[in-house]
Structure formats: structure tokens, C-alpha cells
Ligand binder design. Sequence first.
Ligand SMILES: [Fe+2]
Length: 230
Amino acid sequence: MMDEHRVSRRALLQSAAALAAAPLAVRAAAAGAAPAEPFTLPKLPWAEDALAPLMSAETIQYHYGKHHAGYVANLNKMVPGTEFAGLSLEDVVRKAKLDSPLFNNAAQVWNHTFFWQCLSPKGGGQPEGRLAQAINKHFGSFAKFQAQFTDTALKLFGSGWAWLIQDQEGRLVIEGMPNAHTPLKDGRTALLTCDVWEHAYYIDYRNARAKFIEAFWKLVNWETPASRLA
Ligand SMILES: [Fe+2]
């Protein structure tokens, strides 16, 4: 387990492709005494100004450096000494009560780590290969998929996430989920996500969520869903 921990950490620090393939959890200590702060903030897969001007360094400094880091800090206050101590991040998300403070913080750590992997300074364009075929099969065309995902992200009321999900039967579905909800909770595979909490776009786009979603499509890293597609 400790080797797995090291491999996971190393992978998180390597290329975007390796990031996409790696387990998302920064695992809690497996054997022996759990460290006081078992969860750490994974490094970003790119420099904090790499997505500018579509997503500014200031946005990343707040979104990653304040919000994402804050969820990690909260989680580290909640988990030690409880039945969740020693669990992987994924297992905390799966086992915590939906919408509880523990679930909210654990899921937000996972969701944000995944969101960064869905963005790349070399992103944009359209998927290729098996992912393109799967999207065409389940949505009719890339344009229809993109329109449905955009509509879902745009119309999600309040804070939440737009997801492209592969369910247990292999189907691809698009869902908007409120707050910290995540397909990880019910055992489905997250392929792609867009964070539509206001903190994701208010610095760069103020209240114009639609402009942020346009930027998302110019930054989307297709390697992540391609590597996770079953
Ligand atoms: Fe966020």
C-alpha cells in the first residue's frame, strides 16, 4: 500500500497524461500510525499562469490556492480520530453521508483535483479515437454533446458541477450536480467535469458563466476522459 501511495503521488506530479491515468486520491497512510494531516493538496499539472488569459493566474491562485486548499485543510481537521482515518480520499467520499460536512469537503478535494486534470494549456479542439466514437454513439455528434454539456453547465442553478459520466453499463451521460455531488459517490466513472461554482469564474468573467464555459471548451484536456473511458 505504501508503494501504491508513492506511485500515486509521483504520478500526480508528472505529465497531464499520467495525471489522468493515476488514482486521484492522495492516500492516507496505509499501515501504522496515520499522520496528523493525511491528505495533501496535489500539485497542479501546469503553472498557475499557464491557462491565462482564458483562466487567469489570479483565478487559479484563489480557486486552487484558497478554495481547493481550504477543502484539504478542512478534511484534515475532520478525519483524524474518526472511523474515516486511514481511508483513501475516494473511500471517504463513498462512505461519508451525502451532503454532510465531511462529504462536502472530501468530494470537493476530489472534484477539484479532477477538474485541474480536465484542463490544459494545450487543450481545446475535439476528442479523437475511441472517445470521439463513444461521444458520437451516445450523443449523435460532437456538436450535440457539446451543446448538451454547455446547456447543463449553464442552467445548473447555484453552485455545482457539470459532468460527463460513464455509467456501469458503459453508457455516456451528462449530468449537472449540485454543490459537491460527484459520480464517484454512486460508483460511476467521471470522464470530464466543469466547475460552475461562482468562485471558478467570478474574477475573470464576473457573473458571465457562459463566457467561462466558452473558455472551458478552449482549455479542455481530452486526454483525461480518453484515458478513463472503459
Ligand atoms: Fe471550484
